[in-house]
Write a protein that binds this ligand. Structure first.
Ligand code: GAF
Length: 382
């Protein structure tokens, strides 16, 4: 699929602009465990996957920039000295935001044209946004020799999302998409922004994603609200981020926060511990423990952090009923998107079929099943 995407953007670029472009591929990501811990400066466990966004980019001498999204059949033109966000929900905000953040560093960006095509399902919680942002900053850095490091680039992508898209995201998605390593998941410390790669070979088990194919509205504002709640509690505790809190610290200020916010902070503290335990379980090849931690993660996301939805909870319940699924949970920001499942290889297809049938009966719509390969991060394609 990657080759087809690259071919499509290259062909469109040459047809439209009559020049030969640089080609970039930027992947989406999964996350084993560690959800909503990144903006609390805690641990996460993502991996880049073999679904992503291809971009063809080259300098423009037309006096303006043009960006084309082939999936959406949409073309946008803009001028670099007049950048401002487009209305909320516009895809080009990811592109404009990246350029604006580079400019904020007093780096001069020259005119360029860019064509995108991707195969990350929208709203699946697989970070098509980070893939898009990273493809732009990486492409511009190569094309214009901007001298940015990969760490600079992911911070630019993250700020673009904060300031142009309006989602106060953490650093997990941009990191995983940029720094992914084939066959590895990255145990990332979101405070130091350094990761330990873990080669993932679950032998007779594998990871499987099931996409609910729903994305409930308000997910962006609910995300920002949760981040704000975590930051308020950190302030009350006199710490930099919830990563520094223990359950007993939280207990001390229990009467100063709402019961709902108390549960949210407790979830973050517990999820951070689970993510550290998951790294040990993988090192010990203890898949039962890993699976149990994954189920606990979902329970916390659903009942304490309140970012799940009926469709996700239903798919996790289906997994729990199946003895061949060691763990399942919602993945990403929540309110829709995928569950990630740790399932016996020989039973994966049967579980996918039975869960899909049950889902269709319950919600009268289809879910989708994906088997992904852990892959390299954003790179040039020769
Ligand atoms: C979204 C955000 F972009 C990430 O930074 C992270 O917080 C995730 O939700 C939840 O773990 O993908």
């Amino acid at each position: 699929m990657k080759a087809e995407l690259i071919n499509a953007v290259k062909t469109k670029y040459i047809e439209t602009f009559n020049q030969s472009p640089l080609l970039v591929f930027s992947p989406g990501r999964i996350n084993l465990i560690g959800e909503h811990t990144d903006y609390n400066e805690g641990f996460v466990f993502p991996a880049a996957v073999d679904k992503g966004i291809a971009a063809a980019i080259q300098k423009s001498n037309s006096g303006h920039c043009t960006a084309i999204a082939l999936n959406l059949d949409s073309t946008v033109e803009f001028e670099l000295d007049k950048l401002k966000p487009s209305p909320e929900g516009s895809w080009e905000n990811y592109v404009l935001g990246v350029v604006a953040e580079i400019q904020k560093k007093n780096i001069v960006v020259g005119n360029f044209n860019i064509v995108f095509k991707g195969d990350i399902p929208g709203g699946a919680g697989m970070s098509s946004s980070a893939a898009l942002e990273n493809s732009v900053v990486f492409g511009l850095n190569e094309l214009l020799d901007l001298g940015l490091s990969k760490h600079d680039m992911i911070l630019i992508s993250q700020k673009a999302e904060h300031n142009y898209v309006g989602v106060k995201c953490g650093i997990m998605d941009q990191y995983a998409s940029m720094f992914g390593i084939e066959n590895n998941a990255l145990h990332l410390d979101c405070r130091t922004v350094e990761a330990e790669p873990f080669e993932i070979n679950f032998k007779d088990h594998q990871l499987m994603l099931i996409n609910t194919n729903v994305k409930h509205s308000l997910s962006d504002s609910a995300y920002n609200d949760r981040r704000a709640a975590c930051e308020n509690i950190s302030k009350l505790l006199g710490i930099k981020a919830l990563r520094d809190a223990t359950e007993s610290d939280l207990e001390q200020i229990k009467d100063q926060v709402t019961p709902e916010d108390y549960q949210k902070a407790l979830y973050v503290i517990q999820e951070n511990k689970r993510t550290i335990k998951a790294a040990k379980a993988i090192k010990d090849n203890d898949l039962e423990t890993l699976g149990a931690l994954i189920y606990q993660s979902h329970d916390g996301l659903s009942n304490q952090y309140k970012v799940s939805c009926d469709e996700l909870d239903f798919l996790v319940e289906q997994a729990k009923k199946n003895e061949h699924v060691l763990g399942a949970r919602m993945m990403g920001g929540g309110f829709g998107g995928c569950t990630i499942n740790l399932v016996a290889k020989t039973e994966a297809k049967a579980f996918a079929d039975s869960a899909s049938k049950a889902y269709k009966n319950k919600f009268n719509k289809d879910c989708s099943v994906y088997f992904v390969k852990l892959s390299n991060g954003t790179h040039l394609v020769k």
